[in-house]
Write a protein that binds this ligand. Sequence first.
Ligand SMILES: Cc1ncc(COP(=O)(O)O)c(C=O)c1O
Length: 473
Amino acid sequence: MTNLLYEDTAARLATLIEQGTFAPGARLPGLRKLSRQFSVSVGTVVSACALLEAQGLLIAQPRSGHYVADRLNEEPARPEVGTPADGPALIQGQERVLALVQAHNDPALLPFGAAVPDASFLPVAALERSAARVRRAQRGRVADYDFPPGAPELRVQIARRMAEAGCQLGPDEIVVTSGCQEALVLSLRTVAQPGDVIAIESPTFYGILQAIESQGMRALEIATDPETGMAPESLARALKQWPITACVLMPNFGNPLGHLTPEPRKAELVSLLQASGVALIEDDVYGELAFDHQRPWAAKAYDTQGEVLYCGSFSKTLGSGLRLGWAALGRYRERFTYLKYASSQATPTLTTLAVADYLERGGYERFLHATQRRYRLQVRRVIDAVGRHFPAGTRVTRPGGGFVVWVELPKGADALGLQERALAAGISIAPGPMFSSHGGYRHCLRLNCALPWSPQTEAALARLGRLVGEPFS
Ligand SMILES: Cc1ncc(COP(=O)(O)O)c(C=O)c1O
């Protein structure tokens, strides 16, 4: 009986939304008011709203209420699987990324470019309190090196979090790093040599391309499904054809596609690589940012032979300025630990201990839940704005986590030219060629959604949409 009542309430609410009584972006009346209006209990309204949330019609904002999602009658289609270059190649054209990241630090620009969360999404005050506590309580230690593998307090906290990703690890199996980027570079150096072939997703995060380039290695792009990630069959074909030494994957809300590799497929990819004696480097920086609050497992959870080098970070959850990440390395731990020491000696002690203190105190889980909801709303807003303002034929991803979307413009559009014109209009974006070893994806771009929403943000996306259609000057 209760089921029917809440479903009925949800259906009545949905009708009001469809009729425009509550337009996209509108805030619904509070739960008590709705319960009076619909003559049902508050509990029934809560269940009805949760159902509409799951259907993508409503978005819950902590301490603020329920909002009608910005849905369109005709949503933009989803991008298709890209066509990577044939065969391994040295990486070209990555220098242009420096201009992108520099644009991020320019307060005059709207930062749709670099995938960096605005400070308003981060627990800045709580982290400051933790840093102050650590500074007071551990003065001598804060002044000293924290040599690899890094402070045990943080490694214990990381090991506990890794259990949520399906990985049962001891603190001794974890090495603290200066961000995920350092973990990626050191992982590559641990398992491969200059000239070696590294299989990657296509398109992929430019930091992975730069890590490969910095070591004089060659990249082999493998076709990657924007929803499910790299297909085991494509990887199997490449493994037969090329002398691959390592493979870098982002199975959980990968950047830039936002794909989520289904669990059985993760297991298949891991066992395929293990059978071929190829190391897997896993980048999982978005794993904790699932919109449905279900933390997907890491590929490392399926690692039976210690062949997966897992790289994580607090950049996307607690802040990139911390420069704090970690790696879990299986049988490569010793070599990696030495390389970490040889390359940067240690990770800043204050940051390490402050984050350990923050995690020890609890509250991170609650913070994550609220953040997941906020990113879900942001991503939805950007997708809807692209649908409203970009030319017909534009396609866009629907990630289930993280905070970036990948936009495929109509064929013939030039995202590099668009980047220049957008910068002149005060908007930074990340054009597709940055995500390719050979300058592919020229008609694509990535948008960062973790920025405060305002009429200016929407206006900037409208401007961007108009710029796509404008001819070159
Ligand atoms: C997929 C991915 N991996 C790694 C990084 C780098 O992370 P960190 O700031 O921890 O070095 C980023 C940052 O944009 C990223 O998106």
